[in-house]
Design a protein around this ligand. Structure first.
Ligand SMILES: [Zn+2]
Length: 330
């Protein structure tokens, strides 16, 4: 965990980074054409170069994947409580060159899409490392995952004044625009530190905060076994929770033991599903799309549990039962 910077240093750094990133955004424009982003990224047309010709008529086509999750903007707060055995995986603090690519491969192997809450400092500079991380971030998006924001430098927003919070958001937005051609709609406050003032500042920019309610003690642990065991304990806690078993899982793709643990975590869910199927209960379902946890509500008010369309749940459960029955057959 990084310590928050002093505000004066932060403001000076943020304004410097804004200018640097503006310069770099031009240089990087040619790199923006990642296949998965085509059709998903809103065209950015500066007014002075706006094309006044008649727009070409094209059949309307919904983008299949929007890595910036624009539909989830709106200043809401998702906590993860859900009355179904549904999980969504989220990974914080990356991208990291030696761990994130390995995790992407594991996620592909298990057919899981996740949300990555990334720290903008690290991929917005001109160093070889920053450029490699920028390319890695585009690869995360290309593989179908959602990108969320996690501040510019992992500052605790509660400890910053309004100007400091806005400087964090300005700096991260410039970095995202340069690398992804837009900025994320989802935001995760570092350390989960938030209050009414921070909530309002984030809502002002349309960020939806995605919190979490399932952990695997991956910051304290040092082995994949420890993380997988902590994840299993968290599932037991969810099973007993009055707000239901569902949850948003927080992990860090910066930790090698998280990558090591991931196959065991998926095996744990698969093992539980064999038993649940036998008992005729709802099965654990890993959702690719974080929108299920995007509670309806006004502004920053939180609801106790997200509502889910029962038909959506049943359709997924029917498919899961089929797959589970084939896999768990004695
Ligand atoms: Zn973090």
């Amino acid at each position: 965990m990084r310590l928050g910077m002093r505000r004066s240093m932060l403001l000076a750094l943020a304004s410097g980074i804004v200018s640097l990133a503006l310069l770099l955004s031009t240089a990087r424009a040619h790199e923006l054409v990642a296949p998965a982003l085509l059709g998903a990224v809103r065209p950015q047309v500066a007014p002075e170069v706006a094309d006044t010709r008649e727009p070409t008529r094209e059949p309307t086509r919904e983008p299949t994947h929007d890595p910036l999750a624009r539909a989830l903007a709106g200043g809401r707060i998702a906590r993860g409580f859900l009355r179904h055995r549904m999980l969504h995986f989220t990974f914080d603090d990356g991208p990291r060159l030696d761990t994130t690519p390995r995790l992407l491969d594991e996620l592909d192997r298990h057919g899981v899409k996740a949300t990555f809450f990334v720290v903008a400092r690290g991929f917005d500079g001109s160093s070889a490392s920053d450029r490699a991380k920028a390319a890695l971030l585009r690869e995360v998006a290309r593989r179908g995952h959602v990108i969320g924001a996690h501040t510019y430098d992992h500052s605790n927003l509660v400890q910053l004044d309004d100007e400091g919070v806005r400087a964090q958001l300005d700096a991260q937005e410039v970095a995202f625009e340069a690398v992804l051609g837009g900025r994320p709609s989802l935001f995760r406050p570092p350390y989960g530190a938030r209050d009414a003032r921070v909530d309002a500042l984030l809502a002002e920019r349309g960020y939806t905060q995605m919190l979490w309610n399932v952990t695997a003690r991956d910051v304290e642990s040092r082995t994949g076994e420890e993380v997988a065991a902590a994840f299993a304990q968290s599932l037991d806690v969810r099973e007993r929770h009055r707000r239901g078993p569902g949850g948003i899982v927080v992990l860090h793709d910066t930790k090698p033991w998280v990558v090591d643990a991931f196959p065991a975590m998926m095996a744990e869910l698969a093992r539980r599903n064999c038993a649940l199927l036998e008992a005729g209960e709802e099965l654990w379902d890993v959702l690719d799309d974080p929108s299920v946890f995007h509670e309806a509500g006004d502004g920053t008010r939180m609801q106790s549990s997200a509502r889910v369309d029962p038909a959506f749940v049943e359709a997924r459960q029917a498919r899961l039962r089929e797959l589970t029955a084939a896999r768990c057959a004695p």
